[in-house]
Design a protein around this ligand. Structure first.
Ligand code: FES
Length: 175
């Protein structure tokens, strides 16, 4: 650098970067708008997803029938469960085929695993579950014999103080 150049830069006035009035207004209005929109939208988002943030409760047990009424022949029993689906609460009527097996009481869902019709026990006299819709058949343990791609679902079962309680539905563990 020559002496001349050094001299020039030393005497050049310091340039401060100042914000223009337009920039100041843009930042101020933008910030205020973002703050107000956030204040209005965030509570709505929280409201919409609130049920999803709640902890799932443990599976609830429903008292269905006296243990003494359960036989080796499957019988259907109806019961109601309280359902909470997001903000919507309802009473659902469910049913189960409950049977006394060699290793204790078990309960099967009556919903056919083909397309969801309701099966019935022994309608053709073969000691099987039969589906009236497309003739699916299942063994007493729910094993799929024809048409259906899967065995019948099973309920969690517990026996307490002489009563049978049913819990959540799960995939069949017996076949
Ligand atoms: S729904 Fe049961 S066989 Fe099709």
């Amino acid at each position: 650098m020559s002496n001349h150049e050094h001299h020039d830069s030393a005497h050049r006035p310091v340039q401060r970067k100042e914000m223009s009035r337009r920039q100041f207004l843009s930042y101020t209005l933008g910030g205020t708008t973002a703050f107000m929109v956030g204040g209005a939208v965030l509570p709505m988002v929280r409201f919409a997803i609130d049920p999803l943030l709640e902890k799932k409760s443990e599976s609830t047990w429903v008292k269905v029938v006296e243990e003494s009424k359960i036989t080796a022949e499957p019988q259907v029993f109806n019961f109601k469960v309280h359902q909470v689906d997001g903000w919507y609460e309802s009473e659902a009527q469910l049913s189960a085929y409950i049977t006394k097996g060699d290793n204790g009481i078990f309960a099967l869902s009556p919903i056919c695993k083909h397309l969801g019709c309701t099966i019935a026990w022994n309608t053709h006299g073969k000691n099987e579950y039969d589906c009236p819709c497309h003739n699916a058949r299942y063994t007493i343990d729910g094993k799929n014999l024809a048409v259906s791609p899967k065995p019948l679902d099973e309920y969690e079962v517990k026996v307490e103080n002489g009563f049978v309680y049913l819990g959540a539905i799960k995939p069949n563990t017996r076949v």
